[in-house]
Design a protein around this ligand. Structure first.
Ligand code: ADP
Length: 178
């Protein structure tokens, strides 16, 4: 599914984010930027050691913020590493922090002249964020960003790794678009 807001397309696809050809892909990193499993591990192994070399120059990254590195050997020129919240019970600022992770990534993209960006479903793997809620926050934050930054980006894609994730994001985007 995709929608168009002004000149920006927001699209949902199923696939592996490490092969995306967008200017930047977003990594669901941890606050030490230390690499790990899930999409983080996949990005570092596909992108090679240059990405970690640049990650080491930062003093980690707080939850809800983002940093940018080279894309190394990836097709994407940049990787934006953002840290989503670990989900506890929903009363520990999780929603605000997840929204902030998406918004910080989008801000950083625009600052770096990036026009096309692909996101994974941040926090919904090892960090345990309920998928339907996370999907709602992700697509709402993208739509609000586009409304407040008209023409800044041409494509925001969510590259989802499972049928369940694609369904949840499709539901969320349909609700917003209706
Ligand atoms: P977090 O710690 O933020 O929860 P995870 O990497 O555990 O991060 O999971 C985030 C999401 O990324 C999950 O929905 C997972 O299915 C998905 N994912 C894992 N590998 C890939 C990949 N290669 N491309 C896109 N999404 C992926």
């Amino acid at each position: 599914m995709e929608i168009k807001k002004g000149s920006t397309v927001i699209s949902l696809v199923m696939g592996d984010i490490t092969v995306e050809e967008t200017d930047a892909i977003v990594n669901a990193a941890n606050s030490r930027l230390a690499g790990g499993g899930g999409v983080d591990g996949a990005i570092h192994s596909a992108g090679g050691p240059k990405i970690m070399e640049e990650c080491r120059k930062f003093d980690g990254c707080p939850t809800g913020k983002a940093v940018i590195t080279t894309g190394g050997d990836l097709k994407a020129r940049y990787v934006i590493h953002t840290v989503g919240p670990i989900y506890r019970d929903g009363s520990h600022n999780e929603a605000e922090l997840l929204e902030s992770a998406y918004r910080s990534s989008l801000d950083l993209a625009v600052k770096n002249g990036i026009k096309t960006i692909a996101f994974p479903s941040i926090s919904t793997g090892a960090y345990g964020y309920p998928l339907a809620e996370a999907a709602g926050i992700a697509v709402r934050t993208a739509v609000h960003f586009v409304e407040n930054n008209i023409g800044a980006l041409s494509l925001i894609r969510f590259t989802l790794f499972s049928d369940a994730a694609l369904r949840a994001y499709t539901e969320a985007l349909k609700k917003l678009a209706s």
